[in-house]
Design a protein around this ligand. Structure first.
Ligand code: MRU
Length: 341
């Protein structure tokens, strides 16, 4: 059997999408088989499949499911319109990560050539993601080396940006694993990432799997860790990056960037080109997904707040470019600010 880290987080198998159910981790490694567009949308909205690149790839495979359902007996106008309607529903499942609409549109562009062409495009994207991860990580390792010559490093990360969030090693977490592989990591502080605990449940699971030293901290401990000299560098991913380099990422990223700037700690974003949205300049124009109240007002299914309590529950925030030391993609470094130089 291959090592867990060699297995892709999602794949196509006999007209279904097979993916690890991220809601069940770290307790259970349960696979889901998604065979309809509704299955795909539910998996994306409930975060069974999550992370910007992964939801894009699941969305593209979802367009293939729709194409087989509506166009396998020939491409008719009605069939095409049904697939386009499904594609719109998939894209709308989560509005902030631009990778979702990008990948769905790319798969949909092949519809005129039939369902096999749509599926082929989706699987090409999965293969491309592996190459993109590798290149991006190689660039990011160099950037960390330039900004943090000390070793071994104490790194801090937020949310989950590893193999669960992509088709390969990941973005920010892929970089951390590559640094650890070359003996450059003393410890990773993992923000638990309230309210859905992607850091505590998923990043910790990936780091444990890779035998990298880590500790989990509550999100509000990150600034204290920086003030106590426990953090040499912050490395995070992105869901959408505007033309001028403002970055939408998991809620809490902005506070981390402010704290890092205050302490003169490099703040590095690692994300593929498919996370860039050149149609937007200003991060304030990014649509931020609002999630249900009960993600905040309850814990493990048990209410923690008085009855009727409402929540402010944005899934993401926007970090302005001025707070970011470097944005790294498969093309290299895109943006460096003077803040932490
Ligand atoms: O709500 P999530 O878990 O999908 O949020 C994910 C993030 O914010 C990640 O940092 C981002 O998608 C990059 S994943 C390589």
């Amino acid at each position: 059997m291959s090592k867990p880290s060699d297995q892709p987080s999602l794949r196509w198998d006999d007209h279904t999408i097979v993916t690890l159910d991220q809601r069940a981790l770290p307790h259970e490694q349960r696979h889901l088989r998604l065979s309809t567009v509704d299955d795909v949308i539910t998996a994306i909205t409930t975060l069974a499949v999550r992370g910007a690149p992964s939801i894009g790839l699941a969305g593209a495979l979802g367009v293939a499911l729709s194409a087989y359902a509506h166009c396998s007996r020939g491409i008719t106008g009605d069939g095409q319109e049904a697939v386009r309607a499904d594609a719109r529903r998939i894209s709308a499942a989560r509005p902030t990560a631009v990778n979702l609409a990008w990948a769905v549109d790319r798969a949909l562009a092949k519809l005129g050539d039939g369902p096999d062409a749509v599926l082929n495009e989706a699987t090409v994207m999965i293969d491309e993601d592996r190459v993109v991860n590798r290149r991006m990580v190689a660039h990011a390792v160099e950037v960390v080396r330039d900004h943090c010559p000390q070793r071994p490093l104490r790194l801090l990360t937020h949310c989950n940006t590893g193999r669960l969030a992509t088709a390969a090693v990941g973005t920010a977490l892929g970089t951390i694993l590559a640094l650890a592989d070359s003996g450059r990591v003393a410890e990773v502080l993992v923000n638990e990432t309230r309210p859905l605990l992607q850091g505590a449940r998923l990043t910790a699971w990936e780091l444990a799997e890779a035998v990298v030293p880590y500790r989990v901290c509550v999100d509000s401990a990150a600034a204290a860790a920086m003030s106590q000299g426990l953090v040499d560098c912050v490395i995070v991913g992105a869901d959408r990056i505007t033309a001028r380099g403002d970055v939408a990422n998991k809620i809490g990223t902005y506070a981390l960037a402010i704290a890092a700037a205050h302490h003169g700690i490099p703040f590095i974003v690692v994300a593929p080109e498919s996370s860039r949205d050149r149609s937007l300049a200003d991060g304030r124009d990014i649509v931020i997904e609002e999630r249900p109240d009960d993600e905040v007002t309850a814990y493990g299914g048990i209410r923690t707040t008085p009855p009727g309590t409402r929540a402010y529950n944005p899934a993401f925030d926007v970090t302005p470019a001025s707070l970011i030391t470097a944005i790294v993609s498969e093309h290299g470094v895109h943006h460096t600010s003077e803040v932490c130089a």
